[in-house]
Design a protein around this ligand. Structure first.
Ligand code: ZN
Length: 375
């Protein structure tokens, strides 16, 4: 029996793997940080033998509530990831599974590899609407890539979409696939309509180093990018520095920053109500977008989510607040679940790449409701 994780976004530490009924593991912390939650490893063992795989010491993980009612994902072919029976006792997570093949992968959520990320960029540039831009390098020397979709022209709005500041939130990049599939479809009337009025600036992966390293929340240096938006630096957070610089060049009329939430089993948005210059115009834009998304899909709801910020108390180091403040624009954090949307549960797959992609397509419908009102 062997457990390995030395591959793209792999993360596990083996404590004991002698007996299939008592495999003991733990999760490596993000480099130079105290966060840990993302796991991704391969088990090589006997098929049709029952296995109990325990991941220890999770009371101190980044989001202990994330393990309550959580079911791990598993895959034999690394394409289809299904949920497996998982129990949590407050500190230890145990996966109970009888694999049908000798090799099986387990993860916190369906992984999104760096190779797939490069494939997505390569595929996108084949569209005549889309140009890829290299903005600079991450701390590990990976490309910071931006896709510009549509022709910039006077009077056109600038709409920015960023994903995976928190690299373990892979559903965010799956959602971006939905956005791109819709926007780059030449036969899609909505895409044509939107591209007539706006240019889209899409960052499919804000944190490629953390993604490849198997981090939950930080970049190569242990920096949480979503707390860097007030004063990013090339030394600590080049990912944010480079994107913010480009935003200042293009302007921003709408911003959507896509995330996954470890604990809450819902899709929801968090707005800018705590920003110092928040006003009726921004409130109206937020509500219009939200109502349109509620109409577009029952996967989205507006009852469960984060507590609203007190007026003037918004944290301006967070991307959506910082961008909304600087550009006086509609700006939302969009959160998807790691577990499932409990209002439309799927016992086999839970929340999944396919549903994330579909939500990305539906988000484009909601954008239609606000484009003409953005300025
Ligand atoms: Zn996040």
């Amino acid at each position: 029996m062997r457990i390995s994780s030395n591959f793209d976004s792999g993360n596990i530490h083996v404590i004991n793997a002698e007996s299939p009924q008592d495999i003991q593991l733990s999760i490596r912390k993000d480099n130079q940080s105290t966060f840990y939650q993302w796991f991704h490893f391969k088990l090589d063992s006997q098929p049709f033998v029952s296995h109990v795989i325990t991941i220890q010491d999770l009371a101190k993980s980044a989001y202990p509530d994330g393990w309550v009612d959580f079911q791990a994902v598993a895959s034999y072919d690394r394409k289809e990831w299904f949920r497996v029976e998982t129990k949590f006792d407050g500190d230890n997570l145990s996966i109970h599974h009888t694999p049908e093949f000798s090799q099986v992968y387990y993860a916190y959520f369906t992984p999104y590899s760096y190779e797939r990320h490069l494939d997505l960029l390569a595929w996108s540039q084949l569209s005549s609407f889309c140009k890829p831009y290299h903005l600079g390098e991450t701390l590990d020397g990976r490309d910071m890539s931006l896709l510009v979709i549509g022709e910039p022209a006077d009077g056109k709005k600038s709409i920015w979409v960023t994903a995976r500041q928190h690299p373990g939130e892979t559903m965010a990049e799956w959602l971006v696939e939905g956005v791109l599939h819709r926007l780059l479809d030449e036969d899609d009337g909505l895409a044509k309509w939107l591209l007539d009025k706006a240019v889209f600036y899409v960052v499919p992966n804000m944190n490629p180093d953390g993604s490849a390293r198997g981090h939950l929340r930080t970049n190569a240096k242990g920096v949480n990018l979503n707390r860097e938006w007030q004063a990013p630096s090339m030394e600590n957070s080049p990912e944010v520095f480079l994107i913010k610089q480009k935003m200042q060049e293009t302007g921003v009329d709408m911003f959507l920053d896509v995330h996954g939430d470890e604990a809450l089993p819902y899709n929801f948005v968090a707005g800018c109500e705590g920003n110092p210059k928040y006003n009726e115009r921004l409130k109206n834009l937020e509500n219009t977008f939200k109502q349109a998304l509620l109409m577009a899909t029952p996967e989205f709801q507006d009852i469960h989510g984060y507590e609203k910020d007190e007026p003037g108390k918004g944290n301006l180091t967070v991307a959506a607040n910082a961008v909304g403040h600087e550009f006086d624009c509609l700006s939302y954090t969009l959160e998807m679940p790691f577990k499932d949307n409990v209002e439309l549960p799927d016992v086999v797959f839970g929340w999944s790449p396919e549903r994330s992609k579909q939500l990305g397509e539906d988000v484009m419908v909601a954008m239609r409701s606000v484009v003409d009102m953005l300025r």
